[in-house]
Design a protein around this ligand. Structure first.
Ligand code: GLU
Length: 550
């Protein structure tokens, strides 16, 4: 077989040689050890936590080493293309502090290694497919869908591995004339890799290869034996072929991708080998797992788990710094220890490494995220929190606009209890914060809790006495002393412990009395310090709420 001739017949329109492409996209001039990473999402419009998780690792590795992090749009499966998806990807990641240095963007592409959109790289893939065909390492395959289905059925019934390989690869050795004939008849064909592997050999004779995964360490796998499709009938490459060509020509040094790609690693290694290239360093990340309602550990699922979508965090108003901080705790096992030792350091000072990434499931836990968020928000001052809440509400809750009219008022509210030695950790995410502080605003104020049974017959008496004795300028001690005397006057114990000792002597204790006051003022039986809240609400509002309650 004259492979050169075969290549010319199949790709007459391809005139650029692989050498020319190598020269167009030369090795990058970067500092030694600089890492080049990429995110290669499909433009489906759905960007999820797994993407963010991977992107974060990509971003850290590149930027920590003065390397390059670029965005490549993997749109070879055009059924999945969603208009505006590139914008969605870039904006969602930017919100979480992840920025690309080059690649696809809404305003066109930046960088010298483009195009960064696979559908625009067709001639490049074909040039390399042509090279493989001309070297007898790939071939046109005319098997029809029906023939392939029959092969699969036969393989199933005889319990053999599925796929086109070995004796099933029926078009491997077509003669040039046979190919010409089929082409003349207009039969559709794909280009397949002519794999060297042979898995039909006895187990101990099957060739294996070793590769060092930066997360998983040394991997030892059987070589590929599948005649994998490289170019589909429409001339568009498969993921396998596209990523190999792209990561080589874009001079990617580290490929960070999900563990679901591990089984196809032998195909990729064989492709790099057949093209005469050094493979990048692969980093196969762990799947994101969760413990579900039944206590089982399972993969996060798009259908069952709303928290897989990045929109979930934006809609609820998680602060990006909190999400970043939390993701690092699951990305690198030594991060939490580092954080304890460096409580005030910038998160970017942490040395992120692939070695400290988990290779079994990374457990995602919303409760832990919330705990991390409480700590992170504690370090963000009231003025910045105000800006964050305002931006969030403009996007997701525009009806909240009035609460942002008085900056000083809202900042005081946001700061309640935060500057103590043992600060309150009330804030988690925007929506929850608004619910937490809603009683400060008349439009949202409502009575939510019930009066304690012990005080239900004395409610009016408590509030009228409280209102009558109220002096906005009392200090905290004087203020509370007044509540104690109201309690005593009405037959409640001034101290809870007296009530506990002799419950028969009292209606209840001072706590029940102050709960009534809390409910009248805040609508809730639980809240931060009442005296402090009254100081923020102001005398007029305090009196107004008490009177209204009566
Ligand atoms: N387009 C692939 C995906 O969405 C990217 C995998 C890779 O990063 O190589 O899963």
């Amino acid at each position: 077989m004259n492979y050169n001739q075969l290549a010319e017949i199949l790709f007459p329109h391809i005139d650029k040689s692989p050498k020319e492409y190598e020269a167009m996209f030369p090795a990058r001039t970067l500092p030694k050890d600089a890492k080049v990473t990429r995110l290669g999402p499909s433009p489906t419009g759905f960007i999820h936590l797994g993407n963010l998780f991977g992107a974060f690792a990509d971003e850290r590795l590149a930027h920590q080493s003065n390397g390059v992090f670029y965005l490549r749009i993997e749109d070879t499966d055009d059924k999945r293309y969603v208009e505006g998806a590139v914008d969605i990807i870039i904006n969602s990641l930017r919100f979480f502090g992840i920025n690309f240095d080059e690649g696809a963007s809404a305003l066109g592409e930046t960088g010298n290694y483009g195009s960064y959109t696979q559908s625009k790289r067709r001639p490049i893939y074909q040039a390399f497919a042509k090279k493989l065909v001309s070297e007898g390492k790939a071939y046109p395959c005319f098997l029809t869908e029906e023939e392939i289905a029959n092969i699969r059925a036969e393989q199933e019934s005889s319990k053999q591995n599925p796929g086109i390989y070995g004796k099933w690869a029926k078009n491997r050795n077509l003669s040039l004339d046979e190919v010409k004939e089929k082409l003349a008849a207009g039969l559709p064909y794909v280009i397949r890799l002519k794999s060297d592997g042979d898995m039909s050999l006895p187990e101990d004779q099957i060739k294996r290869f070793e590769i060092e995964d930066a997360i998983r360490g040394k991997l030892n796998m059987p070589v590929n034996d599948q005649d994998t499709v490289l170019l589909k009938a429409n001339g568009i490459p498969t993921y396998h072929f596209a990523h190999v060509v792209d990561d080589h020509l874009m001079r990617t040094t580290h490929v960070i991708r999900g563990a679901e790609w591990l089984p196809s690693l032998p195909i990729h290694v064989e492709l790099f080998d057949k093209l005469g290239w050094e493979p990048p360093i692969y980093c196969h990340t762990a799947q994101l797992m969760k413990i579900d309602e039944d206590g089982n550990k399972r993969k996060l699922s798009k259908r069952k788990d709303p928290e897989l979508s990045l929109d979930y965090y934006r809609k609820l108003g998680y602060h990006p710094a909190a999400v970043r901080e939390y993701l690092l705790t699951i990305l690198n096992s030594n991060f939490e220890e580092w954080r304890i030792a460096n409580p005030d350091s910038d998160i970017d000072d942490f040395q992120f490494t692939t070695e400290k990434m988990s290779n079994s499931g990374a457990l995602f836990d919303l409760n832990k995220l919330n705990d991390v968020s409480k700590d992170v928000l504690l370090k963000i001052n009231a003025s910045k929190l105000f800006d964050f809440l305002k931006a969030w509400s403009e996007e997701f809750k525009p009806e909240l606009a009035p609460i942002f009219k008085d900056r000083a008022y809202l900042e005081k509210i946001l700061d309640i209890g935060r500057n103590e030695a043992k600060p309150r950790k009330d804030h988690i995410y925007a929506q929850q914060m608004i619910e937490n502080i809603s009683y400060f605003f008349d439009d949202m104020f409502k009575i939510e809790d019930e009066i304690p049974a012990e005080a239900s017959n004395d409610t009016s008496a408590i509030i009228s006495k409280y209102l009558a004795s109220y002096d906005h300028f009392d200090d905290q001690e004087t203020w509370f002393a007044k509540i104690r005397s109201i309690a005593e006057e009405l037959g409640f114990a001034a101290k809870p412990k007296d009530y506990k000792k002799h419950p028969e002597d009292y209606k209840g204790h001072v706590g029940h009395v102050s709960t009534v006051i809390r409910i009248a003022l805040m609508g809730r039986s639980q809240s931060p310090d009442v005296w402090e809240i009254q100081q923020i609400l102001g005398e007029e509002k305090v009196r107004e709420r008490l009177s209204k309650f009566l």
